[in-house]
Design a protein around this ligand. Structure first.
Ligand code: PBG
Length: 332
């Protein structure tokens, strides 16, 4: 990579017009890359805006089919579902109940829009009274007893018709446990999208209000990753690949682009990045004050995530971006 210096080389020559810039653009965001995360509540006839995430709603199962048709019509290939149950308990039994909120939502969506890829978040935190992602014994989140419950949850999602299951709990060994449970029950074709490198991040703040899943004591640092660590992320990803993950994820995205790039270099598996709630809401809030242009900022962030190495991006802007590509207008 050598070139004659100025004045022979002038980098600005290819920046002169939009068409020239288009021709040499290295990264292109596509609607094919997008996964739209949604919150489903067990209450009926609800479309309730989430205060911390403007433009995002808690949907009841009865209203989901219409929304899903709109999402599919925009060309978005996939959604990720989070459940908000009516009741919670110590062991998160709502997560693996046959008539649980996510299970019901998946059935309704697959019936209405069969081609839309439905990914389910597999975790206990929205369903446990204490808000942790695992079983508590003696004040501690226990790893091994949690695995069986996660495996049951993933299996019940697959039985309801989920196309992909996505464990986000960060227990050790969950991918293997889920793979075994799926394979043992005739779901050997159901892929696992593992939240492989998931950090204990402040950027989940708005989500916890949306999903009502904040831990009632302590925090998640005993199971989610420590933000300063990069090499450890590569080990996490490798372990999940060895356990049978079909796709791997880095989360959050924006503050972890270096991790994304390194994971991209180490594996050929499809790589997803989660543009999390805080990354979305901080731009929304600034845009509402007139401090940032939401469309330009969002596209810059999403393109940067793609440039860093992501194949797939989970983003609350999915509909806005798809609408922009399809109709030329940013709905915001
Ligand atoms: C559940 C889960 C969380 C998110 C996705 N799955 C919250 C958490 O771990 O506390 C965060 C998503 C977002 O912030 O957009 N374990």
């Amino acid at each position: 990579m050598s070139s004659e210096p100025f004045p022979v080389t002038r980098m600005r020559r290819l920046r002169r017009t939009e068409n020239l810039r288009r021709m040499v653009r290295e990264t292109t965001l596509s609607v094919d890359d997008l996964i739209y995360p949604l919150f489903v509540t067990q209450r009926a006839e609800v479309k309730e805006e989430i205060a911390s995430m403007p433009g995002n709603y808690r949907w009841s199962v009865d209203l989901l089919p219409t929304e899903m048709e709109a999402i599919a019509a925009l060309g978005i290939p996939a959604v990720l579902l989070f459940g908000i149950p009516e009741t919670k308990d110590e062991v998160g039994s709502g997560a693996y109940a046959e008539n649980g909120v996510v299970q019901e939502a998946v059935r309704a969506i697959k019936k209405a829009v069969p081609d839309l890829v439905v990914i389910t978040d597999v975790c206990l935190c929205e369903y446990t009274s204490h808000g942790h992602c695992g079983v508590i014994q003696n004040g501690e989140v226990r790893n091994d007893p949690t695995l069986e419950l996660l495996a049951r949850t993933a299996l019940s999602h697959a039985q309801a018709g989920a196309d992909i299951v996505a464990p986000s709990d960060m227990m050790d060994g969950r991918v293997a446990a889920i793979r075994r449970s799926l394979d043992g029950n005739g779901f050997e074709q159901t892929p696992i999208l593992s939240y492989a490198a998931k950090y204990a991040s402040a950027f989940y703040g708005p989500f916890r209000e949306a999903a009502d899943s904040a831990p009632q004591f302590g925090d998640r640092r005993g199971y989610q990753m420590d933000p300063p660590n990069r090499r450890e992320a590569l080990r996490e990803v490798q372990l999940d690949i060895d356990e049978g993950a079909d796709l791997v994820m880095v989360k959050p995205a924006l503050a972890y682009l270096d991790v994304l790039r390194e994971v991209r270099t180490m594996t050929d598996l499809p790589l997803a990045a989660y543009n999390v709630s805080g990354e979305f809401s901080m731009v929304k809030a600034a845009a509402q004050r007139g401090w940032l242009d939401e469309q330009r900022t969002a596209l810059e962030i999403l393109t940067a995530i793609k440039r860093a190495g992501a194949d797939l991006i989970l983003t609350y802007w999915a509909k806005d971006v798809a609408n922009l590509f399809l109709r030329g207008t940013w709905t915001g």
